[in-house]
Design a protein around this ligand. Structure first.
Ligand code: PGA
Length: 254
C-alpha cells in the first residue's frame, strides 16, 4: 500500500480532492466510488468549488456510494442520499440518474444489494473508490468479522459505529442499526482505492489496516492485497505507524 502522510488535515483534503479532479479530468466518464462521513465533507466542498470554477465537470461521470442505512426514509436529513445531495450532488452538474446509492427503503434489502452489485458491474466497475475508515477498522459498513470475500449485502452496525454516528441523530431518535453496504470483495474490485484518514482517533485503526495482519478483524487490512491502494493521512492519524520514517522518505510525486 502506498502511504502518504500530510502535515495537516487540510493538506489531506486538498490531496484527496486533487486525486478526484485528476481522475475526472483524465476520464470524464469515470465511475467514482464515494464515501460519506466527516472526513469527506470538506473534500466534496473542494470538488464543488472545482466544478464551479470550470476545472472539472461531472456531467458524464457515474457515482456509487458505499452504503446506506436500512429503514431510514430517503428524505430523512441523515440518509446518505440526503447527505450526498447536501454535500455534492445538488451543487454539481452530475446527472442524478447516474448518482447511485443503495435503496435502504427497498422492501427486499437482500435483492436490492444484489441489484446494486450488478449495477456497478454494468457500469464497467469503479475506477476510483474513496474510503474512510472507522475507529474499528471498518470500510463502508463492513464491520470487524465481515467476510473478506463479501459482496454488497445487509450488515448490522457494530457498537463503535453506532456510538460514532449517533451524534447525527436526535437523542430520542432511533438511529438505524442496519445498512446495505458494498462488500469487501466489491470494494477490492475497484481499479484504484484511496483510503483517507485524519485525526488521532483513527491512528490505531490505520496502523492495523496498513501494518497489521490481513484479517477480517480489521476489514481495511484487506486493502493490503489491492494493487493500487493509497492511504492518505495526516500526522495524527499516522502517529501509530511503526514505519513512519520509511513512508515519509518515499517520493510519491504529485
Ligand atoms: P468519518 O467516518 O469520516 O466520519 O470519520 C469514517 C467511517 O466511519 O468510515
Amino acid at each position: 500500500m502506498k502511504v502518504l502522510i500530510c502535515a495537516s488535515a487540510a493538506e489531506v483534503v486538498a490531496r484527496a480532492a486533487k486525486t478526484v479532479v485528476a481522475k475526472v479530468r483524465a476520464k470524464p466518464d469515470a465511475v467514482l466510488g464515494l464515501a460519506t462521513g466527516a472526513t469527506f465533507e470538506p473534500v466534496y466542498e473542494e470538488l464543488v468549488t472545482a466544478q464551479r470554477a470550470g476545472v472539472i465537470s461531472f456531467a458524464k461521470a457515474t457515482t456509487f456510494n458505499l452504503d446506506e442505512y436500512v429503514g431510514l426514509p430517503t428524505a430523512h436529513a441523515q440518509s446518505y442520499r440526503s447527505v450526498m445531495r447536501r454535500c455534492l450532488f445538488d451543487h454539481v452538474d452530475i446527472d442524478p440518474a447516474r448518482a447511485h446509492l443503495p435503496d435502504g427503503m427497498a422492501s427486499d434489502p437482500d435483492a436490492e444489494a444484489d441489484r446494486y452489485d450488478a449495477l456497478i458491474a454494468a457500469a464497467g466497475g469503479i475506477d476510483l473508490q474513496l474510503l474512510g475508515i472507522g475507529v474499528n477498522g471498518h470500510i463502508g459498513f463492513n464491520e470487524p468479522s465481515s467476510s473478506l470475500g463479501s459482496r454488497t449485502r445487509t450488515k448490522d452496525l457494530a457498537p463503535p459505529t453506532i456510538a460514532a454516528n449517533s451524534r447525527y441523530f436526535a437523542p430520542d431518535e432511533n438511529m438505524p442499526r442496519q445498512s446495505i453496504t458494498m462488500g469487501i470483495a466489491t470494494i477490492m474490485e475497484a481499479r484504484e482505492v484511496l483510503l483517507v484518514a485524519t485525526g488521532a482517533a483513527k491512528a490505531a485503526a490505520l496502523r492495523a489496516a496498513i501494518e497489521g495482519p490481513v484479517s477480517a478483524f480489521c476489514p481495511a487490512s484487506a486493502l493490503q492485497f489491492h494493487p493500487r491502494a493509497t492511504a492518505l493521512c495526516d500526522e495524527e492519524a499516522a502517529s501509530g505507524l511503526a514505519l513512519m520514517d520509511y513512508y515519509r522518505g518515499i517520493d510519491h510525486g504529485e
